[in-house]
Design a binder for this molecule. Structure first.
Ligand code: FAQ
Length: 306
């Protein structure tokens, strides 16, 4: 057994300078980069509402949440860099469509209720998926996830609280909250990825201790977590097949449309083009800042040498 295999078998952490198979490194770069890209693209749907938040309090909360997402992107890009890849390469892979980001951020935020719904459902799904990653086998990713999960948990609570206020508000506000939940429910279930029978990376990622639970197991855990929360909110979930199975102690739910997931991941979702165009424009608009920083750094080096 190599030292890598024995470390994995013992449940020990792999650190950046440890020997690791090239495929393990490549899998981590793929997953961590996709995760980082999701965080920064994920700033767009909610960011669109910062100027339209209904009160100063809601605006301050939303600003802080969107800033947290930028921070999560930075922790994750930094974790990926420990695997020997440059951040500029990862940005380039995102902007040229070679690397993905989560399907969920290709849906539009049509009303203010979408912001609360993203906090409740999207951050809720993110937590269910990410808490196990705090114990994944790669040290820098696992440690980054601990802090990210703490912040995601605040995000979910603020989304729930915002949605509760709408649900208990005027009939118009209640209807707006229900409409947002109807639109975000199924895409939230798709965040967990394809079904286990159609998940090419699962077996190896599980053997390597990157994935600790399967896509379907986490999807079920999410449904079990949010169904009682929907009752407290006084909102329904748009699935006529939802019923509690006493034997399993879990909620049965209807079939997820994985064709839609495939289409969105392939670039054909409602907002894919808009999200990437916005990101590319931000990259172009920031070029002069990066150039100024580069020239300044070079000048400092020259002055230090003189
Ligand atoms: N969207 O074999 P599997 C957030 C791809 S949370 C797009 O099952 P794997 C917080 C997958 O990459 C969202 N692509 O793959 C926030 C693979 O593609 P490839 C981000 C998807 O890796 C909240 C192919 O399908 N969270 O940002 C999706 O074992 C609110 C085959 O799939 C993470 O990234 C999808 N939904 O399992 C921010 C968590 N599902 O490269 C702002 C970390 C699958 O072979 C606001 N990632 N694919 O062409 C993971 O846990 C895993 O990568 C999974 C997929 C579970 C997503």
């Amino acid at each position: 057994m190599t030292s890598f295999e024995s470390a994995i078998a013992e449940g020990a952490r792999i650190e950046p300078r440890d020997a690791m198979p090239e495929d393990y490194r490549a899998t981590l770069i793929r997953q961590i980069a996709q995760h980082a890209h999701s965080e920064i693209i994920g700033m767009q749907p909610e960011g669109a509402w910062i100027t339209r938040a209904p009160s100063l309090r809601r605006k301050a909360i939303l600003l802080a949440k969107v800033q947290d997402e930028a921070g999560h992107g930075l922790y994750l890009y930094a974790a990926a860099e420990t695997l020997g890849v440059a951040r500029s390469e990862l940005y380039d892979a995102l902007l040229t469509g070679r690397q993905k980001y989560s399907s969920i951020f290709n849906y539009p935020t049509l009303t203010w209720a979408d912001v609360g719904t993203i906090g409740w459902l999207v951050d809720g799904a993110a937590i269910v998926n990410q808490v196990p990653l705090c114990r994944c086998s790669y040290g820098p990713y696992a440690r980054g996830m601990v802090r990210i999960c703490k912040e995601e948990s605040f995000h979910q609570r603020q989304g729930f609280e915002s949605l509760l206020a709408l649900s208990n508000g005027t009939p118009g506000q209640h209807a707006m909250a229900q409409d947002a939940v109807n639109r975000w429910w199924w895409p939230s279930l798709m965040m967990f990825g394809p079904p286990d029978t159609d998940s090419p990376h699962s077996a190896r990622s599980t053997a390597w201790g990157i994935k600790r639970f399967s896509n379907d197991t986490l999807r079920q855990r999410f449904v079990d977590m949010v169904v009682p929360q929907a009752e407290v909110l006084g909102l329904s979930l748009p699935d006529p097949d939802l019923r509690f199975d006493e034997g399993r102690g879990s909620w049965d739910f209807g079939p997820v449309d994985f064709t839609e997931l495939r289409e969105v991941v392939a670039g054909n979702g409602p907002c894919n083009a808009e999200r990437l165009a916005h990101r590319r424009a931000a990259e172009d608009d920031g070029a002069w800042v990066r150039e100024a920083a580069r020239v300044h750094a070079a000048k400092q080096v020259r002055r230090g040498a003189a």
